[in-house]
Design a protein around this ligand. Structure first.
Ligand SMILES: Cc1cc2nc3c(=O)[nH]c(=O)nc-3n(C[C@H](O)[C@H](O)[C@H](O)COP(=O)(O)OP(=O)(O)OC[C@H]3O[C@@H](n4cnc5c(N)ncnc54)[C@H](O)[C@@H]3O)c2cc1C
Length: 504
């Protein structure tokens, strides 16, 4: 239909947004041979995709809302993503402590039976009930809790998943521009003419594209305002979710899922070795800017919901870090923010079969790969001929390792005498590319300055050269979580180093 116009545009696809969905679509499209430009107005994963609960999960509670399609797809993606990036996606057991005030056990068991059987499970073990006290699964919980139900999901480093996906897009030929804002576009002769702004300098430039994907997450509506389109009535519902981080509530590897008196569930997840990540909340907001920080009310809610189950109660004084994000959900008209669909909806607008703009609403980190396939299927009639689906069995950068622990041991062996914390961090972040990051260093001091928490100048060079890092925050909180492990003086010293590096 429009192969002709495709050739008259610089890009086949302009993707707006450097969250997980934008990165996933750019990667898939580039790998099928399309000419792709992805623009992100801030840093990759600086919005919702960096502030999630960091789970690759089927979403047990979505079964109550009959979201079977979403749950099946999400369950299957657990194994796909485990295989694609075993360094940043790890299996995790979840314990649901049970008492009489909660949903009855038979109901939970039915839900978990479906959870075990809806999607294909290869490596993840199934669910079972355990009487408490239990040597492992009642750890950290009140002794009066009499039983628990154990099941499997995975955890993920959400920001790194996004960045590795963008790296894969670039490896396949996509151009990825960060700190570049999409400022608007118009259709001319069946082609999009888009205006982009470099937010560092204010400089503007124009590009042409056959199709636009609006993956701007919480900003999906404001991006649409800068693009002529027929109003379809599709709306985004912004629902804020916040987390707190506290010293770990037990020393084992499993997470807990706790049912609150309001029927919501919260997760208590092992986090970065020393801590537990607790979340989340569901608070409707009108704009993304309203959801930058957790409120005291949300902090108290999470503490109270945890303390119903924890043997050693937590308090505000235990909170070492907090963060908040906004879910860009598809507005299905439901009033309760917890019951709004978590599934994704794709809205397409075109002009006489040309210059389509596809906007996406909702979605999960877990399902980003499938979402990208659906987007390309929908846009295919407007685009030049492209290759078949390819991402299901493909690795993300650094993910081509059959056995994570064996590979880590190889790195420990190769870099004998280097601090374990340093090597462990590099393997967790870069997987098979750890050797490329550390290079031929024979001694730790050959890695340059050590900023603390296992972060060295050598890795910073890699993050700047290969992963679009520009500021201290890009490195301390997104490409790594070293910021959490450093003290205030170390963070300040690193900020000064990055500022000096920028000036140089
Ligand atoms: C509290 C919370 C917990 C969650 N937990 C989970 C979980 O455990 N597991 C799971 O699977 N999902 C989870 N989710 C859902 C998941 O995080 C989101 O569905 C997903 O991150 C959305 O990604 P996105 O790419 O659509 O949006 P974003 O990540 O928000 O990306 C959109 C990007 O577009 C950019 N942008 C906007 N306007 C422009 C413009 N004009 N020009 C250029 N760039 C622009 C923004 O800067 C932003 O980076 C959670 C969400 C929240 C809020």
């Amino acid at each position: 239909m429009s192969a002709q116009s495709a050739r008259s545009a610089e890009y086949d696809l302009l993707v707006i947004g450097g969250g997980i969905n934008g990165a996933g679509i750019a990667r898939d499209a580039a790998g099928r041979g399309l000419k792709v430009l992805e623009v992100e107005m801030a840093d990759l994963a600086s919005a919702t995709s960096g502030w999630s609960s960091k789970l690759i999960h089927g979403g047990l509670r979505y079964l109550e809302y009959y979201e079977f399609r979403l749950v099946r797809e999400a369950l299957e993606e657990r194994e796909v993503l485990l295989n694609a990036a075993p360094h940043i996606v790890r299996p995790m057991r979840f314990v649901l402590p049970h008492d009489r005030t909660m949903r009855p056990v038979w109901m939970i068991r039915i839900g978990l039976w479906m959870y075990d059987h809806l999607g294909k499970r290869v490596s993840l073990p199934g669910s079972h009930t355990v009487p408490f006290p239990h040597i492992e699964y009642s750890a950290g919980l009140k002794p009066e809790i009499r039983s628990g139900i154990v099941y499997s999901d995975c955890r993920v480093d959400d920001a790194r998943l996004t960045i590795l996906t963008a790296m894969s897009a670039r490896d396949k030929g996509a151009t990825v521009l960060t700190r570049t804002r999409f400022a608007g576009a118009k259709r001319e002769n069946g082609v999009w003419h888009a205006e982009l702004e470099d937010v560092r300098t204010g400089a503007r430039k124009a590009v042409t594209a056959t199709a636009i994907v609006n993956a701007a997450g919480p900003w999906v509506s404001s991006v649409l305002e800068g693009v002529p389109h027929r109003a379809t009535g599709a709306k985004v519902r912004l629902v804020k979710g916040s987390h707190i981080v506290v010293p770990k509530v037990h020393s084992l590897g499993h997470a807990c899922i706790l049912q609150n008196t309001d029927k919501r569930v919260i997760f208590v997840i092992p986090f970065e070795g020393k801590w537990s990540l607790i979340g989340t909340t569901d608070v409707p907001v009108a704009t993304p800017e309203e959801a930058v920080d957790i409120t005291e009310k949300e902090t108290d809610y999470l503490i109270e919901a945890s303390n119903r189950f924890l043997a050693k109660p937590i308090s505000r004084a235990d909170v070492v870090w907090t963060f908040a994000g906004v879910r860009p959900l598809y507005d299905d008209g439901k009033s309760d923010p917890s019951s709004i669909t978590r599934d994704y909806v794709l809205e397409l607008d075109d002009e006489g079969g040309k210059a389509p703009v596809l906007s996406l609403f909702g979605g999960k980190i877990t399902t980003y790969r499938c979402l990208a396939e659906s987007v390309l299927e929908k846009l295919a009639p407007f685009l030049p001929p492209m290759g078949p689906k390819w991402t299901k069995d493909a690795h993300l950068p650094g993910g081509d390792m059959p056995n994570y622990n064996a590979f880590r041991d190889e790195i420990f062996d190769r870099y004998k005498g280097f601090p374990r914390e340093l090597l462990d961090g590099v393997v967790r972040r870069h997987g098979r590319r750890a050797g490329a990051v550390l290079g031929d260093a024979q001694r730790p001091d050959e890695l340059g300055r050590n900023f603390g928490a296992g972060l060295t100048e050598r890795e910073v060079d890699w993050l700047v050269a290969e992963e679009w890092a520009e500021t201290a925050d890009d490195i301390l909180w997104r490409r790594t979580k070293c910021g959490l492990h450093m003290d205030a003086a170390q963070r300040k010293a690193f900020e000064e180093y990055m500022a000096g590096r920028k000036r140089a």
